[in-house]
Design a protein. Structure first.
Length: 325
């Protein structure tokens, strides 16, 4: 009998050990679908590292292609306290803290070195703190997602070429304001719907980084990419503030430290693959237009910052100042 009791006790302890080994399970959502895209590789690497460093106490499952819903919906779920991670961006997060829209604005960054100063600034800490107070904790702030360009059925060399063009943009106040300012008709659609929208003529054009355009095979629907580079887009990975604050301190530290590490690696991967994706698209028959009047786009973009609802007056100037310090 004593032997049976001892065996049962050992089994119970063993079971508790297994249960605690995966104490926290998180689903990690992204709109992207191509496993070769840098962001998906980075997400999977992050999940593996967090699992290893936590001894299995945090298990992260990467969910691609908006399986959990469009970014806006997933971010709202995160804010409500769901056990999720979301690979999102500052345009999307601007729906919760409008001033964050500036970080996804057109031609806001002079170069990548300047962005490092911004993300290390007191201004960024203040803005991310406001987001955390709303229920969304940033665990990875600045992984480069890419330089965004326009894919359509004709060259776009100046804002005038977009007059009356229906173009898909992310669910982002700053992007809506930007393309409205160019004279286009911006339409919000989840990324997973863009291919069909282009194919059926619901929209005339779309925009995104070379990697995302290639990954979603948008080149099957449109054959001209105009290299506007209107946005340097950073992905921000977020969790529920409620969930994060409920974690033991050692697990919080792991999530944040691995987030900082993978941000740098993702940026490097994106830079290394950008030209390769451009060549792949060109080889598929896409015309890549490079003689774009960037100064005209910059000039047309500036007024968009004043059209974002509920934005703090002067926030654009504050961001520019933070990048010079």
């Amino acid at each position: 009998m004593k032997t049976l009791i001892a065996a049962a006790a050992m089994a119970a302890l063993s079971f508790c050990g297994i249960a605690s080994a995966q104490e926290y399970s998180l689903r990690f959502s992204t709109s992207q679908v191509n496993p070769n895209e840098p962001i998906i590789k980075a997400m999977k690497t992050y999940a593996e590292r967090v699992g290893e460093r936590s001894g299995g106490r945090i298990a992260i499952t990467v969910m691609t292609g908006d399986q959990l819903g469009a970014q806006k919906k997933v971010n709202e779920m995160v804010m409500s306290g769901a056990s999720l991670l979301s690979a999102t961006d500052y345009g999307q997060l601007g729906q919760f803290v409008p001033d964050l829209s500036i970080l996804a604005g057109p031609y806001v960054y002079p170069d990548l070195a300047a962005t490092e100063r911004l993300f290390a600034s007191d201004l960024y800490k203040e803005l991310s703190g406001k987001l955390e107070a709303r229920g969304i904790k940033i665990i990875m702030p600045n992984g480069l997602f890419g330089y965004r360009h326009i894919i359509s059925n004709k060259p776009v060399r100046s804002p005038a070429d977009l007059a009356g063009v229906t173009i898909r943009v992310p669910s982002s106040p700053i992007m809506m304001a930007t393309f409205g300012n160019y004279g286009a008709r911006p339409t919000e659609l989840p990324w997973g719907d863009v291919y069909n929208a282009l194919q059926t003529g619901v929209v005339d054009a779309a925009e995104g980084p070379f990697g995302s355009i290639a990954g979603a095979k948008l080149n099957e629907t449109r054959k001209v990419i105009s290299k506007t580079g209107h946005q340097i887009m950073f992905t921000a990975w977020v969790a529920s503030s409620q969930f994060f604050n409920g974690l033991p301190e050692d697990l919080q530290k792991i999530l944040l430290e691995e987030g900082r590490a993978i941000a740098s690696e993702l940026t490097q991967m994106t830079l290394e693959t950008d030209d390769a994706y451009a060549k792949q698209l060109s080889a598929s028959g896409v015309e890549i237009v490079t003689d774009v009047d960037i100064p005209a786009f910059i000039e047309a973009s500036r007024a968009a910052y004043d059209k974002v609802p509920n934005i703090t007056p002067g926030i654009y100037e504050q961001v520019q100042k933070a990048m010079k310090q």
